[in-house]
Write a protein that binds this ligand. Sequence first.
Ligand code: IPM
Ligand code: MG
Length: 366
Amino acid sequence: MSKQILILPGDGIGPEIVAEARKVLELVNEQFGLGLTLVEGLVGGASIDANGVPLTEETLAVARDSAAILLGAVGGPKWDKLDMAIRPEKGLLGLRSNLELFANLRPAILYPQLAEASSLKPEIVAGLDILIVRELTGGIYFGQPRGVRTLEATEAFPQGERQGYNTYVYSESEIRRIGQVAFESAMKRNKKVCSVDKANVLEVTVLWRDIMEELAKDYPDVELTHMYVDNAAMQLVKAPKQFDVMVTGNMFGDILSDEAAMLTGSIGMLPSASLNSAGFGMYEPCHGSAPDIAGQGKANPLATILSVAMMLRYSVGSESSAAAIEGAVGKVLDQGLRTPDIAGAGNVSVVSTVEMGDAVMAALKA
Ligand code: IPM
Ligand code: MG
């Protein structure tokens, strides 16, 4: 098995937070004798600037030779006016689809030290631990046909009116494989799966619901419930602790995972894993490139550092080093160290991106 890790810092705060995560990865690599080699590449706007495209064949080839990818974030105002086909986001979507990273795991865990940072009352979020399983390579993000076309001329629109369109499709096998990931994950947790759909309106999610029901028969210990996406969005802010594992399609998962992340106080704390069926994974923070604070040392590196922990657990098979990193993050929070996004109002020490990375290193060495 490859021992190579491809590091793609990307844009905005990406390079700053990835630099801290890389320091941590290098340290545990040594401490735990993992034998990993790290290589860096370009993705997103950084790749557009250097190569004219957000993802090159070379980068994809290096990715295929690696055990995992650690990614920062992509995108920024500099590239927002580019054609859709070569925007930074296409780099990310290209990695997901080319590497078949269909299973996106987005945990939303509230660190007890950060209960005050949540926008909800502490009693509603205390102890929150949800896993969102988002389908990542299908649905309306990738469905064909898609585009903007000009309709035939009418009286009201003599030149023809433009119409934008996308296609929401899921095949049985796509639904089944993401459902399996959800049920398997639930077996290791509280044995509850809530499947989120819009089966009162969309046929594609009627099929989604049917397949989830079918799968549930293979997991008699897991309780399966269904929820419409509008209600799920409401329940997440009303009573989020009712959820254990939530499984849903690409677009609903995009939206609900940001919502769930915010319940924990900061999207700056949450890691994610995107896996294929061979166990290869891409690991990245849930947040974006935050161009407004890039280069100011304000970004929170903990989501990326925790993504390293997920990578070690799922793609490198080293539970002990993953647990060590998570323990070290807990320690720095206990010490009261906070980047501005999680500072809240309490008696805490506000630190920079680099200081936070250094503190995690120190905790690992202690
Ligand atoms: C995410 C992001 C991406 C998505 C964007 C950057 C394409 O919002 O990972 O959630 O929509 O999937
Ligand atoms: Mg998103």
